[in-house]
Design a protein around this ligand. Structure first.
Ligand code: SF4
Length: 320
């Protein structure tokens, strides 16, 4: 079952030089109980896509067209008042830096109890019991006494677990994990990803995983969408993606992952375009080893190349 659908989302930013488009016809579907990874280099539009779901966009942004459907409602059209019961309650963010969500002046317990009071209407002893259960679930030891700790008394991994505990307190249906392990060391990264996977399986929670790390995606995601310069260029079930990678950009991303059996690390030549650069045709063409004449003038559409596997590349159209 689809729990969230982004349909033909177009978004840009108004700057001194006028309007610069950042997202181009983004289509993205999240299924119930699925971890769907949104992958790409920084600046490709993955975080902006996620923030548009949460209505956490910069003031100078403009959604020019599209829909974000959740619970039979278009989130774009909801007023701030109507949206209060969506963000944090039904759709929760797990940010890269947990301190952007934790208040350093209040204890972890105060913050969990506040979430339970606002979003679930639960107070007093019942709220405290729920908060302890949530900290237990995210495997914070001595959960009861840890309610009295301040965020600075927690390690980076524990802070991230506390954020996940808040999302659990709200019984959020969707978690948006924005580079949730980037600031953590490798062992803790694995623990946080294991925790997200457990929550997904046990609560049937749906997770959007924003990452540039294809290693994390390989081990955890059910489905992958690769973004390049504001467009989704490939989308596939995870296993199929890694077995039958299609788009030249996805292949280049995979080739640039360090591994023990690679004698040489292949980098992608050039830089992704900024939103101020207008690149006609396929936006990857200046960096693509396979670019043809058509790639410089026409935009390749995302089309189904095998069941449930989509790619936007003219190489699939036998036009060369
Ligand atoms: Fe390369 Fe052309 Fe395919 Fe774009 S459409 S990825 S430029 S071959």
């Amino acid at each position: 079952m689809d729990i969230l659908q982004i349909k033909n989302l177009n978004l840009g930013f108004v700057g001194e030089n006028g309007f610069n488009q950042a997202l181009f016809n983004v289509n993205f579907t999240l299924k119930q109980g699925e971890m769907h990874a949104l992958v790409g280099e920084s600046g490709c539009g993955k975080s902006i896509t996620a923030m548009s779901i949460l209505k956490l966009l910069p003031k100078n942004s403009q959604i020019t067209s599209g829909e974000i459907i959740f619970d039979n409602k278009d989130l774009i059209k909801l007023s701030p008042k109507e949206f209060v019961h969506i963000r944090g309650e039904k759709i929760a963010l797990i940010p890269q830096d947990p301190m952007t969500s934790l208040n350093p002046l209040f204890t972890i317990g105060d913050q969990l109890l506040e979430v339970l009071s606002i979003h679930q209407g639960i107070k007093g002893k019942e709220a405290e019991k729920k908060a302890i259960e949530a900290l237990d679930t995210v495997r914070i030891p001595s959960a009861k006494s840890r309610l009295k700790s301040y965020p600075h008394e927690f390690s980076g991994g524990m802070k991230q677990r506390a954020i996940i505990a808040m999302a659990l307190c709200c019984e959020a249906e969707i978690l948006i994990a924005d580079e949730p392990t980037t600031a953590l060391d490798v062992t803790i990264q694995a623990q946080i990803m294991n925790l997200l996977n457990t929550i997904k399986k046990e609560s049937n929670t749906s997770i959007i995983l924003i990452t540039h790390d294809l290693g994390v995606v390989y081990e955890n995601a059910d489905r992958i969408s690769v973004m390049y310069a504001g467009r989704i260029v490939e989308e596939a079930p995870s296993q199929d993606f890694f077995k039958n990678t299609n788009h030249p950009y996805s292949k280049a991303l995979l080739n640039s992952i360090p591994s023990s059996d690679k004698s040489k690390l292949l980098t992608i030549a050039g830089q992704p375009p900024t939103i101020m650069q207008n690149i006609p045709g396929c936006r990857f063409n200046p960096r693509c080893n396979f670019a043809m004449d058509i790639c410089k003038s026409k935009i390749p559409e995302l089309s189904e190349i095998s069941p449930c596997h989509f790619s936007a590349c003219f190489l699939n159209n036998n036009l060369y």
